[in-house]
Structure formats: C-alpha cells, structure tokens
Write a protein that binds this ligand. Structure first.
Ligand code: KIV
Length: 272
C-alpha cells in the first residue's frame, strides 16, 4: 500500500459543517481539467465542483443535458489528479439517475470509484429522495441542488429566477429540509430571491451554497470560465467577473501570431 504524506489539511464534509457553524463563508468554483484545478487548489479554494456546466463551457453545448457519465468521469479524474486540499464534488449528469435509485447508485459509485472524487451532486428535491438515500447508504456524500436546476431547463422554459411565487418557494424550503433530513452534507441554491435563500440558510443546519442567491448563504459558487471572463456572452446580474481573460488571451495569441509572421520568434536565445 502506498501512503502519500502531506502537511496540507484536506477539506472534508466535517470542516465544511464547522465553517457554517463558525460563520466562515465557503468558496466554491467549478473546475474541469488538471491545469486549472491545480491553480484553484493552490489558491486555497474550499470546494471544486466538476459541474455538468462542462457541457457548456468545455464542449460548447447549449445546455447541460448532452454530457455523459463517462465524460463527467474523465473531467473528474483530471481534476482529482491536481488537488491536494480542496473537497471535490462531481455532478451526476442528466440521464444517469432519473430512471430509478439503482441507476443513481450505480452512477454515484462509478464516479467515486473511477475518478477518486469526494462527493456527488444531484439536482432535485422530493422526486429524487429514493436516489439520494440509496447513494448516501453506500457511504457517498451527496450535495443537493435546488432552485434553477439546469437539467430541467426544457420544463422551466427559461433561465429566469425561480421560486418567486409562494407555492414554489414553500416547495423549495420543504425540499431543502428533506435533503438535510436524508443526510445531504450541503445544498446548492441557484438563482432564487436573496430573501428566500437567507430563510433556507437559517432553517437548514447544513451548508447552503448560493449562485445568484444573494449574500446570506453559507458560501458562493461560480462557473470558473464566467468569473475569469473567458466566456463573453453570458452576463447574468449575479455574475462578478474577476478578470478579463478573453482579452488577455486574445492579446497573447495575437502577439504570438505577429511574432511568427514577422520572424521575430524564435530568436537566437530561444533556439538550440
Ligand atoms: O454545473 C455547474 O456548474 C453547477 C453550478 C452552476 C452550481 O451546477
């Protein structure tokens, strides 16, 4: 048996729970590949989500629906190889858990076994209770996802804010309490009113991570390519861009092209 010794203290579900209890906010970002995950992990991110948003930002699909379980496992495996500290959560993609709870369990186990991930995320509330319980019973930590659940985009019809009406808000609160009761270690709330997200974070004892859910959740998550300004055509109100990598990368590539064309690259020092 090989034992890798390191002084870095890994983030665990217990540490995340403790952060909620102490009021320390949890920082989560998506990652889909080794190089990016290495940077985010070294920078000190708490949770890396191998999101099915890989379907959009890595593969160029319009929705998250086309990405397969095999493709998610490929992305997760690349991320896991880079990580020394962060807690790595992987989305169970559309079509690999809705059939029944055995299918959900099989998908969860494949993700954990083949990628080495630390937990899975699954979209939905009461309608997926059996699947959540079955995965948890195998000892796999589960993160819930409520509010705007992108795998249901064709049911919703639009990407607008969810749970503005009382009935949907009440169902969301009930679902959050149910996911906590089932044993989920955390829940993502996507694109819901800030007031409702605050209410959920106060009612539920497990960490609530928001995206477009205001400032009062226990943590925040953003899609990496959006917050770094690599994507350009996605501009929701909740998105803060921390860099304009589109411009930086375009400039770098244009400089390279002109250096090659002008024969100034490579120079003598760059040659053998
Ligand atoms: O797939 C994803 O990136 C997500 C986040 C938006 C939470 O589920």
């Amino acid at each position: 048996m090989s034992v890798h010794k390191t002084n870095i203290k890994r983030v665990t579900t217990h540490i995340l729970q403790d952060m909620k209890e102490r009021g320390e906010k949890i920082a989560m970002l998506t990652a889909y590949d080794y190089s990016m995950a290495k940077i985010l992990d070294a920078a000190g991110i708490d949770i890396l989500l191998v999101g099915d948003s890989a379907s959009n930002v890595m593969a160029g699909h319009e929705t998250t629906l086309p990405i397969t379980l095999d493709q998610m496992i490929y992305h997760a495996t690349s991320v896991i190889r880079a990580v020394k500290r962060a807690f790595v959560v992987v989305d169970i993609p559309f079509g690999s858990y809705q059939g029944n709870s055995s299918e959900a369990l099989r998908s969860g186990i494949r993700i954990m076994k083949e990628s080495g991930a630390h937990a899975v995320k699954i979209e939905g509330g009461s309608e997926i209770k059996e699947s959540v319980l079955r995965i948890l019973s195998a000892g796999v930590p589960v993160m819930g996802h409520l509010g705007l659940t992108p795998q249901s985009i064709y049911k919703f019809g639009t990407y607008t804010v969810r749970a503005k009406e009382e009935a949907e808000a009440n169902k969301l609160i009930e679902d959050a309490l149910l996911l906590e009761e089932c044993g989920c270690f955390a829940i993502v709330l996507e694109k819901i009113p800030a007031k409702l997200a605050k209410q959920v974070a106060e009612k539920v004892n497990i960490p609530i991570i928001g995206i477009g859910a205001g400032p009062d959740t226990d943590g925040q998550v953003l899609v990496l390519h959006d917050m770094l300004g690599i994507t350009q055509d996605f501009n929701p109100r909740f998105l803060r861009r921390y860099a304009d990598l589109y411009a930086v990368m375009t400039g770098a590539v244009q400089s390279y092209i002109s250096d090659v064309k002008e024969k100034s690259f490579p120079n003598n020092e760059e040659s053998y």
